[in-house]
Ligand binder design. Structure first.
Ligand code: SF4
Ligand code: SF4
Length: 185
């Protein structure tokens, strides 16, 4: 069969010599490679104590944004869900009641909002589709877990800290991508 790439190499099936059967050259070659790495610069870093700088276009875990008064920006319009190529986003809309103006910026809000992180491909289309500055892909990683159910992120998991109650945590969670995107827009 013809190879699809030029990386194809024929396998040498000739019988091994006695010297090769003793494996001494192979062991010496392997040890040589091992020792040569002792003098090379270590490419690994001691995560989480040290972290590499992210690329400006890195897209990490989603956040649901709030306005400067701490109200949820999302109006449950569904545009992010429609734009999502992986069909990872679902939500349920609810009407804001009198007295809830301090909680939700718009008259309609997302009573439930879920992202299935096992489906998500971190493309950022949801962020681009949102007209309300309500969803961003942050610069933080998604934590690992053993259960598939733990990867269905609910609104409580995604909501950013309240900027009035904890401005430092809000700023940290928002990261630089939100301001970079605003500058581009
Ligand atoms: S990043 Fe892409 S795949 Fe993930 S939820 Fe947003 S639109 Fe869907
Ligand atoms: S996150 Fe944005 S696009 Fe998605 S439902 Fe909320 S307001 Fe609409």
């Amino acid at each position: 069969m013809q190879s699809l790439t030029n990386r194809f190499q024929p396998v040498d099936r000739s019988p091994m010599t006695i010297w090769e059967k003793m494996y001494i050259p192979a062991i010496a070659k392997g040890m040589g490679i091992t020792f040569s790495h002792i003098f090379k610069k270590n490419p690994t870093i001691q995560f989480p104590e040290k972290t590499r700088p992210f690329s400006p276009v890195f897209r990490g875990l989603h956040i649901l944004n709030r306005d400067e008064e701490g109200r949820e920006n999302c109006t449950a319009c569904g545009l992010c869900a429609v734009a999502c190529p992986a069909e990872a986003i679902t939500m349920e809309a609810a009407e804001r009641l009198p007295g809830e103006e301090h909680l939700y910026r718009e008259e309609k809000y997302a009573a439930k909002y879920e992202i299935n992180m096992l489906r998500c491909i971190f493309c950022g289309f949801c962020e681009d589709a949102c007209p309300k500055d309500a969803i961003y892909l942050s610069e933080s990683f998604m934590p690992s877990d053993y259960l598939r159910s733990q990867f269905i992120y609910k609104k409580e998991d995604l909501l950013i800290p309240d900027p009035k109650e904890d401005p430092e945590a809000y700023k940290k969670a928002l990261g630089n991508r939100a301001s970079q995107k605003k500058q581009k827009d």
